[in-house]
Design a protein around this ligand. Structure first.
Ligand SMILES: *[C@@H]1O[C@H](CO)[C@@H](O)[C@H](O)[C@H]1NC(C)=O
Ligand SMILES: *[C@@H]1O[C@H](CO)[C@@H](O)[C@H](O)[C@H]1NC(C)=O
Ligand SMILES: *[C@@H]1O[C@H](CO)[C@@H](O)[C@H](O)[C@H]1NC(C)=O
Ligand SMILES: *[C@@H]1O[C@H](CO)[C@@H](O)[C@H](O)[C@H]1NC(C)=O
Ligand SMILES: *[C@@H]1O[C@H](CO)[C@@H](O)[C@H](O)[C@H]1NC(C)=O
Ligand SMILES: *[C@@H]1O[C@H](CO)[C@@H](O)[C@H](O)[C@H]1NC(C)=O
Ligand SMILES: *[C@@H]1O[C@H](CO)[C@@H](O)[C@H](O)[C@H]1NC(C)=O
Ligand SMILES: *[C@@H]1O[C@H](CO)[C@@H](O)[C@H](O)[C@H]1NC(C)=O
Ligand SMILES: *[C@@H]1O[C@H](CO)[C@@H](O)[C@H](O)[C@H]1NC(C)=O
Length: 824
């Protein structure tokens, strides 16, 4: 006990230090309702706690004295935990402001002084916990707490279990926990109140040093539960005390001892005879002592409906005739043989559990148990040759059979005859022979749950599950499939909802495996060698909500699979697969990043392409750089198309310039070499044709020497496009170009075009020349309309036509000179 207190003390010191180091304010657990201020070394309730609070954990703080000023008015507070707050004194009005409390914990406070009325203000209190507060008596001033249901005064120094007399009126009182006190004697006058208090009480007397119970002390006492584990100082004290309980009526009796204490040894056969003296319906006996002889454990239990015996080295069970037993639990009792003789023909038995035997147990058949429904024989190192009809015959109602964690069980064809009502069958971790090879389960049409995990089964027959038409859950982890049996073996399991094929060495799964599994909701294929999970898109799997495929060999999942995953899939475990994190898988990686809500442990989805041993998470992968690359791949062709279109438009628009250019490159590389048909090509507007014909042509062609002009209306070849004519005949076929500038010239787009072409030749050939004649004055602003004209006029001299005869003559001389001067 001292050690226990030291432990509590150490824990409290640790917690205080821990929380002080963290120094946080109170934690909100449920907004406005539930707060925890545990371990803040506070000496008052912080103002941050709202007045609406209903539950407040204030344990591990620091109040030396509880008085009215400690608590603000918290009318709605129901649960208050003041455990280990160093409280030494509680004043009368301490709980005045929190008087609506229903639960109060004062555990672990070294309370020296309780003011007489301090708890009596708490009219509504239902649960009072006064564990480890140094209490010496149950005579508490709690007469106003008429709604009290539970009083826990464990770990104190109480010597008498006498309750205060006023508690007979506490109608709802149902739990008195006196564990770990100093009660050594119980006399008849100690149980007066208990006898009157009602019939629904649980009394816990564990860990008391009981020496003596006065015979009849519990006569006519009705209890719901009596727990007297480790409540006696000695073995003989227990033996005598059990006898002294005569006349007691208890629904559930728990006795025996805890694991921690030792010192009991079975010496006589009659140690439990006292159990025959009082009435109980359910009994749990926690034994640990080893018996030298066969002990009459069950003799006085035959009228109980529910019997649990745990931890007794019984080896062989005595032969008794249970009268009413419905449930029997024999756990860890070192039985050498299944007690089939003792239990057969027991017509009341519904539930039987014989488990956790440390020794190998020998199996004999159980027969004639017409009401038996539940049989758990797990973890007994059982070895059964011909299961299971021979093990259980005359058990028509059996629906649960657990044979897991045994050695080896062979199942015959027809081995489940007479067990047609089986719904749950568990063979996990037991080597089972012939399941998977023959259709041994074919009559189990009611079977809902089958577990053959880690049962060393090789599924080699596609009909091995034939007849299991109700099967809902199938666990077959850690086994093997032969050939492509997995493709067909589930064919008739149309009601299957849960399928576990983890660690089955599967390399591939085909959609046809799931062809008939329209109801499948949970599929576990963890720990196989799967590369593809295309089968998930099968329309029959649309009900799937969870899918576990961790620890396989998946590098990528194609987009069409991801887009057609079952709609309601909410758990998808893809962790520990060797994911390919290259830019070709951006869709997949993006899907992972965006679906972390669905993915289980996304932090364990790791890139294995970056480095086989790396822990680089897919969710940390930088998709952007892949997206950039991808954009480039898309943008580049678009750019090319646009470029080509623009180029084509430009080519079309400037085709003549280009042609001209081409001509230059082709034939007129050196102007000196070329053969020119004309001396000058005249660019003019057709409005000025009269002047050109009458004046220009007249004066130049008929003068001396005659100058051959190229005029479009006269010299251009028929059948050739105007543009070609301009280039071939005019610009390229003439040595000089005469430009007749007038208002109409500027307005004509053809003229402008011709002039632009002419200029380009001028640019190409230095000695080419353009002679400009200003026929009429044109505003400077307008000359800017024709590309290059304005510049040309500024840089070069030009001829200006005038009607005045004198300047007229000078004009013709200058013009002729300009043409001739360059004519070489
Ligand atoms: C807790 O507070 C009390 C006074 O409120 C003080 O005496 C004590 O040292 C504090 N404990 C720690 C661990 O800070
Ligand atoms: C106590 O609770 C009742 C309802 O259960 C409420 O009407 C009353 O106001 C509360 N009184 C105090 C003092 O908290
Ligand atoms: C207990 O109840 C009685 C009567 O109901 C009342 O007079 C008395 O003040 C109450 N005690 C306390 C401490 O509230
Ligand atoms: C327990 O009770 C006995 C008397 O029955 C007494 O002598 C002993 O001191 C008590 N022990 C404690 C720890 O109170
Ligand atoms: C008996 O007490 C338990 C709690 O200990 C309670 O749940 C149950 O309803 C009570 N039964 C009767 C009949 O009062
Ligand atoms: C069992 O109950 C029967 C009456 O139903 C009674 O005669 C018999 O003594 C009881 N046995 C034990 C061991 O309590
Ligand atoms: C069968 O018994 C084992 C071991 O006691 C237990 O873990 C398992 O859950 C039981 N199986 C079923 C289906 O209850
Ligand atoms: C189910 O089993 C029956 C035989 O019991 C067979 O005729 C039927 O074809 C099977 N159904 C499927 C879907 O395999
Ligand atoms: C998905 O779940 C919803 C609600 O849980 C259900 O109504 C619906 O039928 C489910 N869809 C599929 C395809 O199973």
């Amino acid at each position: 006990m001292a050690a226990l207190k030291m432990g509590f003390y150490a824990i409290s010191v640790f917690l205080i230090c821990y929380y002080i180091a963290n120094g946080e304010p109170c934690t909100r657990i449920i907004e406005n309702l539930h707060y925890s201020c545990m371990g803040r070394n506070l000496s008052s309730i912080p103002s941050s706690i709202p007045s609406s609070v209903q539950t407040l954990d204030f344990s591990f703080n620091f109040f030396l004295q509880l008085k009215k000023t400690i608590f603000p008015v918290l009318s709605f507070l129901r649960v208050l935990d003041l455990s280990r707050c160093h409280i030494r004194q509680i004043e009368n009005d301490a709980f005045y402001n929190v008087k609506n409390l229903t639960t109060l914990f004062l555990t672990g406070n070294p309370i020296i002084y309780f003011a007489p009325g301090c708890l009596n203000t708490l009219y509504n209190l239902q649960r009072l916990v006064l564990v480890d507060i140094g209490l010496e008596s149950l005579q508490l001033n709690i007469n106003n707490l008429t709604k009290l249901q539970e009083l826990n005064v464990g770990t104190n120094y109480i010597q008498s279990m006498t309750l205060p007399p006023f508690m007979t009126t506490f109608k709802d009182f149902s739990l008195l926990d006196l564990h770990a006190n100093n009660i050594s004697i119980i006399r008849t006058d100690h149980t007066v109140v208990l006898r009157e208090i009602g019939r629904n009480m649980t009394l816990i007397l564990t860990w008391n040093p009981l020496l003596h119970i006065e015979p009849g002390a519990f006569k006519d006492v009705y209890l719901r539960q009596l727990d007297i584990r480790s409540a006696f100082v000695s073995f003989s004290a227990q033996k005598a005390a059990l006898k002294a309980l005569h006349g007691l009526n208890v629904k559930r009796l728990i006795f025996g001892k805890y694991r921690e204490d030792n010192g009991f040894h079975f010496v006589d056969n009659d140690v439990l005879d006292g159990l025959c003296c009082f009435n109980f319906q359910e009994v749990s006996y926690y034994v640990l002592e080893s018996a030298k002889t066969t002990i009459a454990i069950f003799r006085c239990m035959i009228n109980a409906t529910r019997i649990t015996v745990k931890g007794g080295n019984i080896f062989k069970m005595e032969t008794v005739h249970f009268h009413k037993t419905k449930e029997l639990y024999l756990i860890n009792n070192g039985l050498g043989t299944l007690p089939t003789k003792q239990l057969s023909h027991l017509h009341t038995l519904e539930k039987l559990e014989i488990t956790h035997n440390s020794e190998p147990i020998f199996a004999e058949p159980f027969t004639d148990l017409p009401k038996l429904q539940y049989v758990d024989l797990s973890d007994n190192q059982l070895k059964i040759k011909h299961c299971c009809s021979t093990l259980l015959s005359g058990t028509p109602q059996i629906n649960y059979l657990n044979l897991s964690l045994n050695s080896e069980i062979s199942v015959d064809v027809g081995g489940f005859e007479g067990l047609d009502s089986l719904e749950i069958l568990d063979f996990s971790y037991t080597r089972v022979v012939r399941i998977g090879y023959l259709s041994v389960l074919s009559n189990l049409k009611n079977l809902r749950y089958l577990d053959v995990s880690y049962s060393s089964v090789t599924f080699s027959n596609i009909f091995c599950f034939l007849g299991l038409s109700s099967l809902n859950v199938l666990k077959m982890a850690g086994n093997n499939f032969q050939g492509n049996v997995a493709k067909y073996v589930f064919n008739n399991l149309t009601l299957l909802e849960h399928l576990d094929m983890s660690f089955c060495h599967l390399v591939e799964l085909h959609t046809s495996s799931f062809k008939y599994l329209q109801r499948l909701r949970h599929l576990n294929v963890k720990g196989n060698y799967l590369i593809k999970i295309d089968f998930l898109t099968h329309p029959n799997l649309k009900q799937l909500t969870s899918f576990y495929v961790e620890k396989n060999s998946i590098t990528a999942i194609p987009l069409h699979v991801l887009q057609n995953l079952p709609m309601n899939l909410s758990e998808f475990d893809l962790s520990f697969n060797p994911i390919d994190c290259s830019c070709s898988q951006t869709d997949f990686m993006l899907w992972i990043i965006n679906n972390q809500r669905v993915l289980k442990q996304p932090e364990n989805i790791l890139c294995k392409t970056i480095s086989p041993n790396s822990d680089f998470r897919v969710t940390d992968f930088d998709i952007d750089h892949c997206v950039y690359k991808k954009k480039l791949i898309i943008v580049l062709p678009v750019f090319c198309v646009v470029f080509i279109v623009v180029l084509s438009i430009l080519v079309y628009r400037f085709q003549f310039y280009l042609r001209y250019f081409w001509i230059l490159l082709r034939g007129y590389r050196s102007p000196g070499q070329q053969e020119c048909s004309y001396d000058a090509f005249v660019i003019f507007s057709s409005y000025d044709e009269a002047w050109v014909m009458n004046e220009l042509m007249e004066n130049l062609e008929n003068g001396v020497p005659p100058i051959q002009l190229c005029l479009h209306m006269r010299d251009f070849q028929a059948g050739k496009s105007i543009a070609s004519n301009i280039i071939d005949e005019g610009i390229m076929g003439s040595r000089k170009i005469i430009v007749v500038v007038s208002q109409h010239f500027i307005d004509s787009s053809w003229c402008r075009f011709e002039f632009e072409l002419a200029q380009s030749r001028f640019l190409m050939e230095r000695n080419a020349n353009i002679i400009i004649i200003i026929l009429e004055d044109v505003a400077e602003r307008k000359t800017k309309k024709v590309i290059g004209l304005h510049k040309h006029l500024k840089k070069n001299t030009y001829l200006k036509w005038s009607r005045d005869p004198l300047s007229n003559m000078r004009f013709w001389i200058r013009l002729r000179k300009a043409i001739v001067a360059t004519k070489q």
